[in-house]
Design a protein around this ligand. Structure first.
Ligand code: PEP
Ligand code: CO
Length: 448
């Protein structure tokens, strides 16, 4: 996929959205250069393995679970937060494997999800206007001119925190955290008492008995201790992405080695824009968000630019319309992709089309809306003769109160208890587990 008219810098001649202006250009260039000299965060071998697995998901052999924070913070680079995020994704993945009988590709919105697109470039409070908060890779959330001024030092910090996070994840996994012989490792502190937790325990008892049964017959299965885990982030801040975009020995393609799976956001997916130009040239599997303004012909053209050879495993369409819009918006897009035989993996993000603001001004999402968009997406894609290949959540392994609903019936009044996010509201631990159980139930009923 080495393209003759593409270079890691060809995006610079295209119009760019969400650009960051650094007042101190010299410091910016020096930070970019410093990070460019550091080793990549992931390897091309890992990226190629993910691409092969995603091709398998297009054929229906794997299912994608992508999840994590809307915006990671540098403070969240702590042992407990990383461990609980990894655990919740592992737990959800085992529930989904149980329900779907498919292997699950786990992709965290983690180890680099540090840059945020904003609808408004500035924010005004009490007559004072400052640049919007753009994520820790760029500035800080406090409402002061110092905090909101883009600081190039954050590029080094972002790389460093991503590296530390990844290092810890790799160690946890190689140290046996994901070993299916030890489901007790996955317990999160606050064991809940809802009806759902009994279902979850039943599933894990059943997995445990199956493992024992198989090992009596076939001997100890060491592969149950192995797992793969990938990281992803929105490829928003191109100067950061190019610091690790390189060709590697014995491979002819260019790779963006800041992460395994970068995605293009809904605000930066213009066909003649800088982000599409950059990502068309790197060989990683990529995602593209598909929101309500996407037109069928536009989507078709984008798939041709981003995946000119129509290869499987290259392009995931992460659609996010909202529970009220998915039934009208998704079918025409699926129809054109099917008709033109474009290879894509459909992944539903049921979060970003379902954001609402409470009367008190807090951003939230309802569990029922999220579930509804997911269930509708499964049915729409089935009816069109294809399938939903994955799900994309904003979630956390902590017991926060940011989304309403779920078995515990959180209401708008509960949101104040533990509302932590700087940007979008996330499903908490219990809500995430419940979501996985409900999807697994749907997948199991389809198999029967
Ligand atoms: C996000 O994933 O946090 C996000 C901003 O999504 P979108 O580009 O779909 O709005
Ligand atoms: Co978000």
């Amino acid at each position: 996929m080495t393209l003759r008219d593409w270079t890691p810098y060809s995006w610079k001649s295209k119009p760019i959205k969400q650009w960051v202006d650094y007042p101190d250009q010299e410091a910016f260039e020096s930070a970019v250069s410093a990070v460019s000299h550091l080793p990549p965060l992931v390897t091309s071998g890992e990226v190629e393995r993910l691409r092969t697995e995603l091709a398998g998901a297009e054929d229906g052999h794997y299912f994608v679970l992508q999840g994590g924070d809307c915006s990671e913070t540098f403070d969240a680079c702590s042992p407990n937060t990383i461990t609980s995020k990894l655990k919740i994704l592992l737990l959800m993945s085992y529930i989904l494997i149980y329900g779907s009988h498919k292997r699950v590709i786990r992709i965290g919105r983690i180890a680099g999800q540090y840059a945020k697109p904003r609808s408004q470039a500035t924010e005004t409070r009490n007559g004072i206007t400052l640049p919007s908060y753009r994520g820790p890779l760029i500035n800080r959330p406090e409402f002061t001119p110092e905090a909101r001024t883009p600081d190039p030092e954050n590029l080094r910090k972002g790389y460093g925190h991503a590296a530390i996070t990844l290092n810890f994840i790799r160690s946890l996994i190689s140290g046996g955290l994901a070993d299916m012989h030890h489901p007790e490792y996955w317990e999160l502190g606050f064991v809940n008492l809802t009806e759902r937790s009994r279902e979850y325990r039943k599933i894990f008892q059943s997995i445990d008995s199956s493992i024992h049964f198989m090992e009596v017959i076939a001997g100890k299965m060491d592969q149950l201790a192995e797992t793969t885990f990938y990281c992803s982030h929105e490829g928003l801040h191109l100067p950061y992405e190019i610091t690790q975009t390189r060709q590697v020995p014995r491979r002819k393609h260019w790779y963006d080695l800041t992460t395994h799976f970068p995605w293009i956001g809904d605000r930066t997916r213009q066909i003649d824009g800088a982000h599409v130009e950059f990502f068309r040239g790197v060989a990683n599997p990529i995602g593209m968000k598909v929101g309500p303004t996407m037109q069928p012909e536009e989507l078709l053209d984008l798939t041709k630019v981003l995946n000119p050879r129509n290869e499987k495993g290259r392009l995931c369409l992460i659609h996010r319309f909202g529970a009220n819009n998915v039934a009208s918006k998704l079918p025409p897009l699926v129809e054109i992709i099917q008709r033109e035989k474009r290879n894509v993996l459909w992944v539903c993000d049921p979060m970003h089309g379902n954001t609402q603001t409470t009367t008190c001004g807090l951003k939230t999402r309802s569990f029922d809306d999220i579930l509804s968009e997911l269930l509708q997406s499964f049915s729409i894609l089935d009816r069109a003769g294809t399938h939903l290949g994955g799900i994309h959540f904003e979630l956390t392994g902590e017991n926060v109160t940011e989304c309403i609903g779920g078995a515990r019936g959180l209401t708008a009044d509960d949101l104040y208890r533990d509302y932590q996010t700087d940007v979008d509201p996330r499903l908490n631990y219990e809500q995430s587990m419940e979501m996985a159980l409900l999807i697994a139930e749907r997948q199991a009923s389809k198999r029967r």
